[in-house]
Design a protein. Structure first.
Length: 147
């Protein structure tokens, strides 16, 4: 297929993906911006162009299942020393960062069944997912799909 042919198909493919598979994560506009403060395409001047974020329903379901499992007593976990070793960091340094975040603005206290706060569980999952991707890229192994 030529570049021009591919470029012609791209808008239709993107539209199909966004209307059938994607879930918009961006919050709806509120309050509505007057028309005089809109771009020609209808977007608000107060929102960066193309700032919408999307995910799939499958990804949202996976994250919800992980958070539900993390709230249960006896949920799978790694010892702090093991996590530090896998990340190539000092355990004390990681704990100091978590402690600083615990006391910072926006800190929450909603805990899981194993004592881990929900925001920490979500952050830990994202961190471990990133580590798995980096490790697999370094070793030349294809990344593990977490679905």
């Amino acid at each position: 297929m030529s570049r021009q042919g591919a470029a012609t198909l791209l808008p239709a493919l993107a539209h199909r993906a966004l209307t059938t598979e994607a879930v918009m994560l961006s919050a709806p506009e509120w309050p509505r911006v007057p028309d005089c403060l809109r771009r020609a395409d209808g977007e608000s001047l107060y929102v960066p162009h193309g700032a919408a974020r999307y995910t799939t329903g499958a990804q949202l379901d996976l994250e919800e299942r992980l958070l539900t499992q993390a709230q249960q007593n006896g949920a799978p976990h790694l010892e702090p020393a093991t996590v530090a070793q896998l990340l190539g960091a000092e355990q004390a340094h990681l704990e100091a960062q978590l402690q600083a975040r615990d006391n910072g603005p926006g800190a929450t206290t909603q805990a899981t069944g194993c004592g881990l706060r929900l925001d920490q569980a979500a952050a830990a999952f994202g961190l471990l997912r990133s580590c798995a991707i980096i490790t697999s890229a370094r070793s030349g192994v294809s990344p593990v799909r977490l679905v």
